[in-house]
Design a protein around this ligand. Structure first.
Ligand SMILES: [Zn+2]
Ligand SMILES: [Zn+2]
Length: 163
């Protein structure tokens, strides 16, 4: 099993070798089949979304106050600067062309057993967690964008420890 959080399960397709219970790298694909988006990020790099360029659906990709160990288990949203409007990434960071972009995500996890032991299947607010929630308690989130025109992938747009 790969550590794909529940909110990304319909959208993230694992890519390449080296995916495991502790690490998944994949591309975002809308349920309409399109893989090109306008990504949105807030200034602090704690919230990311993407708008499909074909059907217009808006996907919430990451919210540090809701997702990952700190957001999902520790309920520690106070650790993160969640302010600031989401701004579009409207141009390729490499070639500066105004173009829709592919979105690549890399997520790391300590795995299912570590989650069960560490959380004792209860979140900080006393709410019961399921063993299957281990995927929602990931420990880092990285987002890159890839340009269909120049073929280059960005240095990370977001790269954040979430535990
Ligand atoms: Zn779509
Ligand atoms: Zn480019």
């Amino acid at each position: 099993m790969y550590p794909i959080p529940d909110h990304l399960k319909p959208y993230l397709t694992p890519v390449g070798e080296g995916n495991s219970e502790l690490h998944v790298h994949g591309a975002v694909r809308c349920t309409c089949g399109c893989a090109l988006f306008t990504p949105y990020v807030n200034e602090a790099g704690t919230i990311a979304a993407a708008k499909c360029r074909q059907c217009g659906e808006k996907l919430l990709l990451f919210h540090a106050g809701q997702h990952g160990w700190d957001g999902f288990v520790a309920k520690a949203d106070y650790l993160y600067d969640l302010s600031g409007k989401l701004k579009p990434v409207a141009t390729c960071p490499q070639c500066n062309a105004a173009t829709p972009l592919a979105v690549l995500l890399t997520i790391t996890s300590l795995g299912r057993e570590d989650f069960i032991q560490g959380s004792e299947l209860t979140d900080e607010h006393g709410r019961k967690l399921r063993e299957e929630d281990w995927v929602n308690a990931f420990t880092s989130f990285r987002m890159d964008v890839a340009c269909p025109l120049c073929g280059q992938t960005s240095e990370s747009i977001i790269d954040i420890e979430t535990a």
